[in-house]
Design a protein. Structure first.
Length: 248
């Protein structure tokens, strides 16, 4: 929430490209700190990832909306229609980003002797919320893979995202403060408060597949190597729905 409140001012100050990169760096910090997992590293890393979430989503949406508004007269389409289409493409791209990491992690587990097959784990049934351990070599391979993918995404964002700054440099500080205050005031607007339950639902909806469902119904019953494959299918189906609903 704190990052979301401040992000609008950051976008106005440095532009969408560098705001997205800032958010991606927050996730990269969390992934790098996983090389030495402990309370003293994972808590700051989680804070960095949490602060990175707001900039990524807000700057990404602002960037797409700005492009749609710019292209609407050229394509002779209504601005609202084009914004919906472009946002659908954005969320499609987000969902399609899940297969590489999920496939890689599943393949790593699949070709290991102890973690690729649920028959190697003694269990009396499904849904026991058991914890899995992993050998250090495979753990570091997974973390290195995620760090590599995140680094590539930062480089791609720097190269392919245009930077849009709408405030002159001599007014950046004042404008950023005004935008931040305005954003805080909007949080307490009754119309925004009525939308709050939707945000809570979206959070639960996003956390359930990769949390409880993945651990209780996939890892325990089918094996941990199947988690990535099933979450990949979830991402692909969600992406298809995003593209479909954007055209409604």
């Amino acid at each position: 929430m704190a990052s979301a409140i401040c992000t609008v001012g950051i976008v106005k100050s440095v532009g969408s490209r560098y705001t997205v990169i800032l958010g991606l760096v927050g996730y990269l910090v969390y992934m790098v700190l996983n090389y030495y997992p402990s309370w003293y590293t994972l808590i700051p890393g989680s804070l960095a990832a949490g602060f990175g979430t707001g900039p990524i989503w807000i700057a990404g949406n602002c960037h797409v909306i700005a492009i749609a508004e710019r292209m609407a007269p050229i394509l002779k389409e209504r601005k609202e229609v084009l914004i919906a289409k472009y946002l659908g493409v954005l969320y499609l791209a987000y969902q399609l980003s899940t297969p590489p990491g999920n496939i890689a992690s599943s393949l790593i587990f699949l070709f290991t002797e102890d973690y690729g097959n649920s028959s190697n784990v003694t269990t009396a049934g499904c849904g026991l919320l058991r914890s899995f351990s992993i050998e250090p070599v495979y753990f570091y391979v997974l973390v290195s893979l995620y760090v590599f993918i995140q680094t590539v995404s930062i480089v791609a964002a720097f190269i392919f995202i245009d930077n849009t700054v709408s405030i002159p440099s001599n007014l950046v500080g004042k404008a950023k403060a005004l935008v931040t205050v305005s954003t805080i005031k909007k949080v307490f607007d009754k119309r925004m408060l009525l939308l709050a339950p939707i945000g809570v639902y979206c959070g639960l909806e996003l956390s359930f597949p990769s949390g409880t469902f993945a651990q209780v119904y996939i890892s325990d019953c089918l094996g941990v190597s199947k988690v990535g494959f099933i979450l990949m299918l979830f991402g692909l189906s969600s992406g298809a729905i995003c593209l479909f609903t954007a055209r409604l």
